[in-house]
Ligand binder design. Structure first.
Ligand SMILES: CC(C)(COP(=O)(O)OP(=O)(O)OC[C@H]1O[C@@H](n2cnc3c(N)ncnc32)[C@H](O)[C@@H]1OP(=O)(O)O)[C@@H](O)C(=O)NCCC(=O)NCCS
Length: 168
C-alpha cells in the first residue's frame, strides 16, 4: 500500500473533478475488456449529476496524493457502487487503499459482507482481494461479487447475521 495516499470524505465541490476521474479511468482502464466503443459507452452512461448525487446521498471517499484527487469510492449500506482511479495513478495502490477503507466502513456499521457488481476489467482485482463471483454476468450489468468480512462476522444466538445489526 502506498503511504502517501490520503483519504477523506468527498464534498459536493469535488463532484466535477471526481466525474473527470471516473470518465478517464473507464476510457483508459476498461478499454482492454470492453474495447474503445464499449468503454466510451460506459463512460458516457452516467446521468448528469451522477457523482453529485453519490456525494449527497451515499458515502464517497476520495484518495489524494497530498495535493490532488487521484481516485474515489462510493458505498451505500454494504454495497460498493463505484471505484475509479486516475489512470496516471493506476497500479500504485490507490484502488486497494480505497477498497480497504470501504470494507472498514461497511464492517463498522455491522455488516458481515460486501457486495458489488464488478466490471469485467476489474474482476481479477477483486478476486485478488478476497471477492467471489456470485453468479454469471447478466446483460447490461457487472459481475455480482461478494466478500465475507471476518471482523464483522457477527453472530446472534450462534446464527450468522448476513444483514446489518441494528444498533441504537
Ligand atoms: C480497478 C481499479 C480501481 C484498480 O485500481 P488501481 O489503483 O490500479 O489498483 P491497485 O494499484 O490498488 O492494485 C492493487 C493490486 O491489484 C492489482 N490490480 C489492479 N488492477 C487490476 C486489474 N484490473 N486486474 C488484475 N489485477 C489488478 C495490482 O497489480 C495490485 O497487485 P499487487 O498488490 O500484487 O501489487 C482501476 O483499474 C480502475 O479505476 N479501473 C477503471 C474503473 C473500474 O473498472 N472500476 C471498477 C468498477 S467495479
Amino acid at each position: 500500500m502506498n503511504e502517501f495516499i490520503e483519504l477523506s470524505r468527498a464534498h459536493t465541490s469535488d463532484a466535477s473533478l471526481l466525474s473527470k476521474i471516473r470518465f478517464e479511468a473507464i476510457l483508459a482502464l476498461a478499454f482492454s475488456a470492453y474495447g474503445k466503443a464499449g468503454a466510451q459507452k460506459w463512460a458516457e452512461s452516467a446521468s448528469d449529476g451522477r457523482v453529485l448525487k453519490a456525494i449527497e446521498n451515499h458515502e464517497v471517499w476520495v484518495a489524494t496524493d497530498g495535493e490532488q484527487a487521484i481516485g474515489w469510492i462510493e458505498i451505500h449500506e454494504n454495497t460498493v457502487l463505484g471505484l475509479y482511479v486516475d489512470p496516471k495513478a493506476a497500479g500504485s495502490g490507490v484502488g486497494v487503499t480505497l477498497l480497504l477503507r470501504a470494507e472498514d466502513r461497511i464492517s463498522s456499521t455491522g455488516y458481515s459482507t460486501v457486495q458489488l457488481d464488478a466490471s469485467l476489467n476489474a474482476e481479477e482485482f477483486y478476486v485478488r482481494h478476497g471477492y467471489q463471483l456470485l453468479s454469471e454476468r447478466t446483460p447490461d450489468s457487472g459481475l455480482p461479487m461478494e466478500k465475507k468480512l471476518e471482523a464483522a462476522s457477527s453472530t446472534v444466538g450462534g446464527v450468522d447475521q448476513g444483514a446489518p445489526l441494528v444498533i441504537g
